[in-house]
Every structure is written in structure tokens, then in C-alpha cells.
Design a protein around this ligand. Sequence first.
Ligand SMILES: *Cc1c(COP(=O)(O)O)cnc(C)c1O
Length: 766
Amino acid sequence: MYLIDLGIRDTVAAALFDLGVDLGAIEDIEEDPGLGNGGLGRLAACYLDSMAAEELAGHGCGLRYRYGFFEQGIVRGRQIEVPDDWLKTGFIYEFRRPDEAVEVRFGGTVSLELNGKLRYRLENYEAVQAVPYDVPVTGYLSDTVNTLRLWSAEPSRTEFVCSAENRNDCLKTIEYKNDVETITSVLYPDDSTHEGRVLRLKQHYFLTSASLQGILAGLGRRGIPIENLPDHIAIHINDTHPALAIPELMRLLLDEHGLGWDEAWRLTVATLSYTNHTILPEALEKWPVDIFQGLLPRLYIIVNEINERFCCELWQRYPGDWDRIRAMAVLADGMVHMAHLAIVGSHSVNGVAQLHTHILKERVMNNFYRFYPDRFTNKTNGVTHRRWLIKANPQLSDLIADTVGPDWVRFPCDMLRLLPHADDPSLQERLAAVRRYHKGKLAAYIRDTTGIRLDLDAIFDTQVKRIHGYKRQTLNALHILHLYNRLKADPGMELTPRVFMFGGKAAPAYHQAKRTIRLITALAELINNDKTIGDKLKVVFLENYNVSVAELLMPATDVSEQIPAASREACGTSNMKFIMNGSVIIGTLDGGNIEIRKAVGEENIVTFGLTAEEVLAYYERGGYDPWDIYRGDERVRTVLEQLVSGFLPADPDEFRPLYDAFLHHGDQYFVLKDFAPYVAAQKEIERLYRDRRRWLGMCLRNIAHSGKFSGDRTFTEYAIDIWKLRPAAPVRCYCSADDAFARAENGCSLSARFGMDIETAPPQFN
Ligand SMILES: *Cc1c(COP(=O)(O)O)cnc(C)c1O
């Protein structure tokens, strides 16, 4: 990316070529820093890229995990987890900054001291050094270099000394050293379930305390008075994992800077903003009070005070309405509710797609929305087209530039100018050639890694994302089994050859997700080895899905599977990466899919299934009866019985828990309920694909409308609406100013507003 950002990748590649070195091979050696779990972490990386490209001074804070997200192996059809030793050969882009290290304190006891003024003091705590490693974040052809600061936990020199006389001290020192190193040793491999372990809370605090101390130290160095904090700094908390930033900033302002509560609270709320990324109940973080208080005694006092004051406000507004107050409290039922804390302590709360924000406002956080109506906004996710299009698919990028001119790179909405050419056969054939090139490249990778040979004329159908019940890889799998049954029953059946590809990691303790992988690999074994099926159907599970694998898949995919149970996927981002590369989505009306459908037009996407309203209504009624479907749909009955009858080349007991989840535990993700509409939608995909002109026109229209889903648009929205950020250099409008049509019709008006602000008014900055 650095070479692309500097605009010298081609030059460097040519120079290396002269030396007999392939730049691509060097790039392949570089490991992805696997410091995130999936969509949430990847989104942060996309936004850092957008901020640097947009010349905004936006920095990232994270943990420098010694072992990143585990590497997945597939052995005899099952997932195995291998530690991701990403630092074993060093990471050349990081700079260790011991001069900016800070101390983070855990445990201890709090006492009050009266020294002219009443102050809290923490004693007998465990001190840990937080040492920053800075990674430069460059922007595409921009002069801005931002920083991703990754904190590493190291023993504090003052903590224990190991002397020859005192063996006991030595043992303690070793124990302490191990404890400290554990804090940044591994990434928790799941953020869709709440992990209530002390180490995780330790990580949360380590990240937030170190980052805030670093930020305030920087402010001090610039001589800025603490009272002006929100005028200079905006701190955004990405989901609730860093929500401890609220009490921690209060602590620093109260205890270190000597401010009073009211002033400290005003500054805290004005500085912090929060993005909610999920409504899955199991992912909403809650910490037992005893754990919280033991690890963070001073913060607990502050959280308690925040809660008391907030509940008083609620009481004044809703006198006597105890149920409501309890439902909104930060501390209730012996738990600290992190999402509540995040809303109370931020001036802005946003969801990540229109539907998701709507559900937050009207349902999940409705109480809070009524209390703070102005805090809630929507910021639909976006992804960086520089990585997902320019880097992943340079051939398509060139084709776009040939058609609409080179400016689309800086103004991705310029891709709308492809629309008048969408039915042009010569452009369509050039696109088809680019797509075929990538399908060939992917097929070679799959042949080399799995031995499976693919027909490039087949429909390449891909579902890549974390393996999770709500994402419904199971629905895809049951449909494949059904297709196989149809082919066996009627070998002459007309069917465009199809390759179903899956990729994704299952959280190590999430057994249903692991069984889902086993189901897919069993299907692959059954179908790929069936001579009577030949090339008509293939099933591939791609090992170790990560950013590099994603870059290979996006440009080579014809059909992108975006099929979550409606209302469960807040937005999704792979849907956006796929349409940029010209894939057509088969999807449910959920999250970002809805906005993609609105942008590309309903004739250029295939949607099916229950709506979010319907799903939510079922949840309110306690679900639906899957036996109705089982009895009424023979296709469903057949595939379900095949799971447990020994039909698949795997232990039949293996899939019993999946079978039970569908039939005996209420099918909570509506797989059976959506089965029939999904089968019909898949038939529609077939029909559309067979009409080559029609299909290529759809691909081009998806690409044309994808500019709206660039992270640059999202970031501009965050910058203007939430952070009131002033760009380091004049911000460019991400739609070209002369493309009035594009701006008016396609939601680029916000950027136009940004452009206008620059021209007609001084930047908002207060
Ligand atoms: C984009 C991306 C994701 C998120 O995919 P969704 O389909 O939106 O869940 C996960 N993992 C990787 C490696 C990605 O690039």
C-alpha cells in the first residue's frame, strides 16, 4: 500500500523486474497484521486509509498483540487453530517509542487525601508500562501521514527488583512479568459474543488508559489548556470495547488535572463519540461489578457517580418510573452495562447503516433515543476503494479510468459515468476479460492449495465472512445439498455450472460454527468426488480467510452471498467490496444491502426472504414453528434428514446439533423459513447469468454505483457531523464538482456540502 500511496508502485515493480525480482512475490511474503477479528477491525483499517487520503488528521489506537488473530487450518474437514506469530520476522513498518511510554495501573485501593483539596489516590496497585509502537498510515497521493499507535504491555521497572538475597522477590518478579506480558499477548478471537473474562477487561483498560494518557500528553506538549480539549481532540470509540475511555478520561481530568466534576463531565461528553456495531444481545458487553471494582477500583467509583447522576436525571424526567430507570441504568443487576455507559458519556451515537440506526432508535436503544433524541445519527459504512479496487483489481481500475477518466480515483462517484456505457458490448467484453483473468488466477490458487480444478465458465459464487449462525452459511449449505439432490434425481437438468466458495474463521469455542465448517467440507467431499456431477457443481472451503485471500476473491466472484437473518447484520462491508469489483449480490434486506439495492436499483441485485420487521416481530412473539416448514416442504425435509442419516461422508452424529438447532430449538436465524425464497432467488440468479448481456450490464451498474460506498464518503460524514474536524489541507469534494447529476441523484450531496463549506464559509471549528 505504501508504494501505491506514493504513486511509485509501477516504477518500483519495473526497477525490480530489471533486477530479476518480482514485486508481487515480495508482497506475498509480507504478512497481514492480523490485529482484528473480521469486519470491525477491517473497517477501522479502511477508515484510517480514508482519513489519510482525505488529509484529515485522524489517528488509530490499538493493541500490539504478540499473537494476532489465529491462523486457520483445515484438517480432515475440521478447523484447527494455529497461533498467528506475525512478529516472528519482525514488522519493519513499526517504530518503537519508549520515550512516549506511559504507566497503566491495575487493582489497588483507593483513599481520599486532603491536601488543600480533596483528591482520590490509588495505592498498592500493579503498574504496567505501556510502550507505543507507531505505524505510519499514508494516504493515497496525499501529503498526510497519520499514525496507528499500537500499545505493548511491558513490566514496569519500578515494580519489583530481583536480588540474589531474596529468592521470593525473584519468583514474584517472574510471575509479575508473565502477568504483564499476557495483557498484549493474544487477541480475543470473537467480538460477536461477550467475553466476560478479567483479561479482556484488562485489555480494554490498558488500551484506553494508555491511549488517553498519550493524547493528553500530546496536548500538553502543544501547550493547549486542558479546558480546550474538545476544540482540539475528538475521540471516537469503535464499539463498546474502548468505552472505558469515558470513566478514564473523567479520572484523568479529576485526579490528574484537578478539575471539578461538572467541568470534567462537560469536556468528556464533548470529546467522546460512540459507534454501535451490533444489536446481537449476546454481544452487548456487561461486566460483573465485583470484577470491575477489583480490577479498576477508582474507575468503579467514577462509574458509580455517573450512574447516580444519570439516574437522578432520569428520575426528574420520569418520576416513579422505576422500570424504565432500571432498564437504562449504567449499573444494574450487579453489572456495568457498557453500551449504556457509552451512550451516556458521548455527545454522538451512531449506527452503521440506515436500518441498523433505525432499529437502535426505535427498538434496542429506544429509551435512550427518547431521552437524547439529538445524539443519534446514522453513518453508513464504507470501504476503501484504494485497497479493494485499485490494489486488488488494477485491471478493472484501468478499464474504469479508460472509460470515465482518471479522476474517479479521487472522486469515486465519478464511476457513475460508467452508466451510459453499461450496455455497450465492447465495454462489457473488456469487463468480461478482466473478470476471466481473475477467475483464472483464483482457480490456479485453489488448484494449488486444494487440488480442486474449476471450470472458468462456471458461476463463481462466494460467501466469505466470519462463520456465524446469524450470517447463515447453513442456508447456503442446505441449498447446495438441495441442488445436488435435484441433479441426482434428474441428471439431464439444465444448470449453469456453479462453484460455491466459502471462507471464514469460527471462534474456537463456537461449536455450531465449527460444525458448519465441517458440513461444508463434507458437502465438498460428497459433491466434488461424484463423477456423475462432474463440473456442474463444485464446493470449495478456502482455508484461513484473511485480507490477502479476500483481495484474491473479490475480483473473481460472480455472485456474492449476503444472506444474514434480516436485522442481525448491522451493515456488512464485504457486500461493498464485492460490488466495487462487479459481483452481483444475492442477499436479504438487511444492513447495507438495503442501501446497495437502493443505489444500484432492484433489477441489479437479487433479494429475498423475511424483512427485518418480520424477523423482529417473530422474536417478540417468541419465534416461529420450524416444524410447519418441515412438514410443508419436502425439499427441507429431505436435506435435514440427510444431515443425520449418514448420507454425508462424515460421522452422522456430527450434524445432530445443527439439526436440533433448526428443529428443536426454534431455528433462531430463520434458515428453514427463508429456504424456499432463497431457492427461488438462486433460480433467478441462474436465469440472469445465462443472459450474458444482461448480466454484464448488471456487473457494470454495480461498479458504477459503488462510489457511494467508499469509506471516503463515510469519513467525510464523521468528520463534518461528529468530530467537527478541520482538514490539514483543503478537503476535496469526493464527487467531481461538474457532475451535478451524480451529486443530486446518488447521495453525494453531503460531500458537495463539504466542498461548499470550504468555498463559501470558514471551516466549522469550535
Ligand atoms: C471485509 C472483511 C470482513 C467483513 O465481512 P462481512 O461479510 O461484512 O462480515 C471480514 N474479514 C475480512 C478479512 C474482510 O476483509
